[in-house]
Design a protein around this ligand. Structure first.
Ligand SMILES: Nc1ncnc2c1ncn2[C@@H]1O[C@H](COP(=O)(O)OP(=O)(O)OP(=O)(O)O)[C@@H](O)[C@H]1O
Ligand SMILES: [Mg+2]
Length: 364
């Protein structure tokens, strides 16, 4: 068995007048248009009056002629893996990975360099064949039902493909064509996407002339071209400045409110803590912990410290384990009433501490 699926992405024959020939630019191996669909399986094109991208970011609706829940598997799960294992020669990049990602959630994957995050994402994005185990993505098997998965999933790789001679608009048109979106819909679709990612002023700029953060946002817009149910985002915020990170996080939350399920990896742990409903910690291909940030913290016995500052300027620190502990402490101090309390604040150990606590820095 090879590492890459036998069914590579194909460029559909439909080409807009402004499109370069299919050989230029090359489709990056990390960009995933759906494979050509046999005529019997062709979805019907959206009707002319069907909603397309609108100009209001909060109300954007995108075209997806392919929406449907998967043909099998648990309907509440958008991604499900069982015993997913990937070896590269002697190196075991993934060990029996079991993941369940609920529909509508933002699911984060944290792990040090080489943990297996990109390997997992590439398998789910139909770009890599696992050595063992099973996966369902939107109800379909990414190993054998690649076209079905690609129609419902948008993948943003950690590195954007190179497109030398395309403007931002042409880049998105190219991908809209690859996803067989009718050319009549491109203008409103691309306008809506560029507004969503705040790149409308760069529409006619060459992709290579964008800043890194702008390229990241364009890459996200590309992943949204076919209005997928699931977004797989491999370190999408890397290289963004602090303001851009906050804006990117807000954008992802907006997409979640639009009904998308988001699988995201990051090294910026505080970022995932603020964004994700669930987080998995992975190291050397093994899942170390999973749950929401609070439950991971408590599963692993992370404690918080309450600092009480009194009116005379002195202070005390109390370790607590739960909200109930913290409430009981405050009640006790108030009832005792020995000294007036000026300030009562708790500091919880965040995911940065947790990350260092539970990962050992294993490099394979
Ligand atoms: N094509 C390949 N051939 C051989 N080994 C590979 C290949 N791709 C990845 N690996 C190895 O698999 C392991 C997991 O790599 P992966 O890229 O999935 O990690 P990651 O968690 O995404 O890391 P990072 O945070 O650095 O992006 C690493 O040890 C890596 O060297
Ligand atoms: Mg990676």
């Amino acid at each position: 068995m090879t590492d890459t699926p036998a069914d590579p992405p194909l460029i559909p024959s439909m080409q807009p007048p402004s499109m370069p020939p299919p050989t230029a630019p090359p489709v990056s191996p990390t960009d995933v248009p759906p494979t050509a669909t046999p005529p019997t399986m062709m979805p019907s094109a959206p009707a002319a009056d069907e909603p397309v991208a609108t100009s209001q970011p909060g109300t954007v609706e995108l075209i997806n002629p392919y929406h449907s829940s998967g043909e099998s598997g648990r309907d509440d799960l958008v991604v499900e893996t069982k015993g997913l294992t990937k070896t590269y020669g002697q190196l075991q990049a993934l060990h029996d990975l079991n993941l369940e990602i609920p529909r509508g959630s933002v699911f984060g994957m944290i792990g040090p360099n080489g943990a297996g995050k990109s390997t997992t994402f590439m398998i789910l994005a139909t770009l890599l064949i696992p050595t063992r185990g099973t996966a369902r993505v939107c109800g379909f098997d990414p190993m054998t039902q690649q076209s079905e998965v690609r129609r419902r999933m948008g993948y943003m790789p950690d590195v954007m493909g190179v497109y030398d001679n395309l403007t931002v608009a042409e880049y998105l048109e190219f991908h809209a064509a690859a996803y067989e979106i009718p050319a009549n819909d491109w203008q409103s679709l691309i306008g809506g996407l560029l507004e969503l990612v705040d790149l409308d002023v760069k529409k006619q700029t060459y992709v290579n002339d964008l800043s890194r953060g702008m390229k990241q946002r364009l890459s996200l817009a590309r992943a949204l071209v076919h209005d997928p149910d699931l977004l797989i985002l491999d370190e999408p915020a890397s290289g963004l400045d602090p303001r851009a990170r906050i804006e990117f996080r807000e954008l992802l939350l907006l997409l979640q409110s639009m009904g998308k399920t988001i699988l995201i990896s990051s090294h910026i742990l505080a970022e995932l803590q603020l964004l994700c409903d669930q987080i998995s910690v992975i190291e050397a291909g093994r899942l170390l912990a999973s749950g929401n940030a609070e439950s991971i913290l408590s599963q692993l016995g992370a404690k918080r410290t309450v600092t009480v500052t009194y009116g005379d300027g002195t202070s005390d620190e109390f370790p607590v384990e739960s909200d109930a502990d913290q409430q009981a402490l405050l009640r006790r101090l108030v009832l005792e009433g020995d000294r007036p309390i000026l300030q009562f604040s708790s500091t919880s150990h965040d995911l940065e501490d947790l990350f260092l606590q539970i990962t050992e820095g294993i490099v394979q």
